[in-house]
Design a protein around this ligand. Structure first.
Ligand code: AMP
Length: 419
């Protein structure tokens, strides 16, 4: 497989798929540029080699061209970050866009307009009513798949080589994230540095495991994490269940959970997961105590109680000190750690102590040589809130992509480069 480090981009035009899907405020100022910064090593390597770059990205979820989601808003900041002028093509398909790409000189950068302005990027028909006749839907789907081939070919024609550095969209089989790779030979397509790091981090927790391996699954719902939990049960030594999903397990075991968040249709599933853990010799660790509140608010009255004795009218919003110690002891003895989802409602300062304690235990284990991967959902916001992001081994930039990778799925954006 080709690698970005080995490749010499001198004199080449490179199509780089990045994830510049950054949040913008009402004045179109970027409020968090982490995703842009994450792509800089790749972009700089290409420019330093003497190559030129055609940047493709999506921004938001537009249903067609709209000023709000134009990538023109990010150009000044990209120019500041890279220290070069940035050219812009206000579409992706016109002769004008093709000519701008063809005219690129070494060291120059062209940003194409938001790829998702085109239905062909995602390969899904647009503007069809939900109740449209099935044959009409099928015909529209076939038509967009056909035009997607032309779209993809056209994007590929702008460049001599292809770099995918957009881990956040690697779980999508879109034109610019996966399909385009087929237009380049093996030696001319590769991961960017960010993508390489993400792939390595996932590999460490899925295939290259130092034991004991502990996963901490938190967040609100079991239902959104079943596939991951089932996959992890074949891999981990310890599985810590934290956060809102705790109470589905507690209730399944006959405990009193008051008003705590609970998926009553998943009680059997919770018992089944417990059984599977036993069969696989996995130490399933559940909270024993909880910090309860008399309303869902930071300023609610609160107290600590055993997790299965929550009075009527109260709800569990964080783990208690006993559970913090229980979780912390397991985490600190681990050599590989995966953390997905907070241990409580960490957004409320009065109910964030448990999530912070989990984060700090992971930091301690990491300092003692463990490999720790944090990612998916709110986990990244959580480590950022407590200032722990640079004290764990790796914080993933992928939400859905990371979770699908952990579920054991082959991500189309990765497969397209590897195959
Ligand atoms: P997820 O997106 O599934 O990772 O869930 C993250 C969300 O779960 C965060 O916004 C937390 O506030 C929420 N959460 C964690 N623990 C609880 C809890 N005990 N009750 C309600 N929500 C919770």
């Amino acid at each position: 497989m080709q690698t970005i480090d080995k490749y010499n981009f001198a004199g080449k035009r490179t199509f780089v798929r990045v994830d510049f899907n950054v949040p913008l405020d009402e004045n179109f100022s970027i409020t968090d540029d982490n995703r842009m910064r994450a792509a800089l090593p790749t972009l700089k390597k290409i420019l330093n080699d003497g190559g030129s770059i055609i940047i493709g990205s999506h921004l938001g979820r537009p249903k067609g061209p709209t000023d709000k989601f134009s990538l023109k808003h990010i150009l000044p900041h990209l120019s500041d970050l890279l220290g070069v002028d940035i050219q812009f093509a206000n579409d992706c398909m016109s002769e004008g866009a093709a000519m701008k790409a063809a005219a690129l000189q070494p060291g120059e950068v062209l940003v194409l307009e938001n790829l998702r302005f085109y239905a062909e990027e995602e390969g899904k028909p647009r503007g069809l009513a939900d109740d449209a006749p099935e044959d009409e839907k099928a015909a529209a789907k076939k038509a967009v798949k056909e035009s997607q081939k032309e779209f993809t070919k056209r994007l590929a024609s702008y460049a001599d080589c292809y770099v995918n550095d957009a881990f956040g969209t690697a779980h999508r089989a879109h034109a610019s994230t996966a399909l385009i790779a087929a237009h380049f030979d093996h030696d001319s397509k590769m991961f960017g540095y960010l993508m390489e790091k993400e792939v390595k981090a996932v590999d460490k927790v899925l295939n290259n495991i130092q034991r004991p391996f502990t996963a901490i699954m938190g967040g609100s719902k079991v239902s959104s994490k079943i596939d991951i939990i089932e996959n992890l049960l074949t891999k981990v030594d310890n599985l810590i269940i934290a956060g809102g999903m705790t109470y589905t397990f507690t209730k399944a075991m006959g405990g009193e959970i008051g008003l705590s968040i609970c998926e009553t249709d998943k009680l059997d599933l919770a018992l089944d997961l417990m059984k599977k853990a036993k069969e696989n010799n996995v130490n399933l660790v559940l909270a024993t105590d909880t910090k309860i509140a008399d309303s869902f608010s930071n300023d609610a009255n609160s107290k600590f109680v055993p997790v299965n004795q929550i009075p009527d009218g109260w709800e569990g919003l964080d783990i208690g000190p006993e559970s913090e110690k229980l979780f912390g002891d397991v985490i600190k003895q681990s050599k590989t750690i995966l953390w997905n989802g907070p241990a409580g409602v960490f957004e409320f300062n009065n109910f964030s102590h448990g999530s912070q304690a989990v984060g700090e235990a992971i930091v301690e284990a990491t300092a003692n040589g463990a490999f720790s991967l944090v990612g998916g959902g709110d986990s990244v916001a959580c480590v950022n809130k407590f200032g722990l992001a640079d004290k764990v081994s790796y914080v993933s930039t992928g939400g859905g992509a990371l979770l699908e990778a952990i579920e054991g799925k082959k991500l189309p954006g990765i497969a397209a480069i590897e195959n």
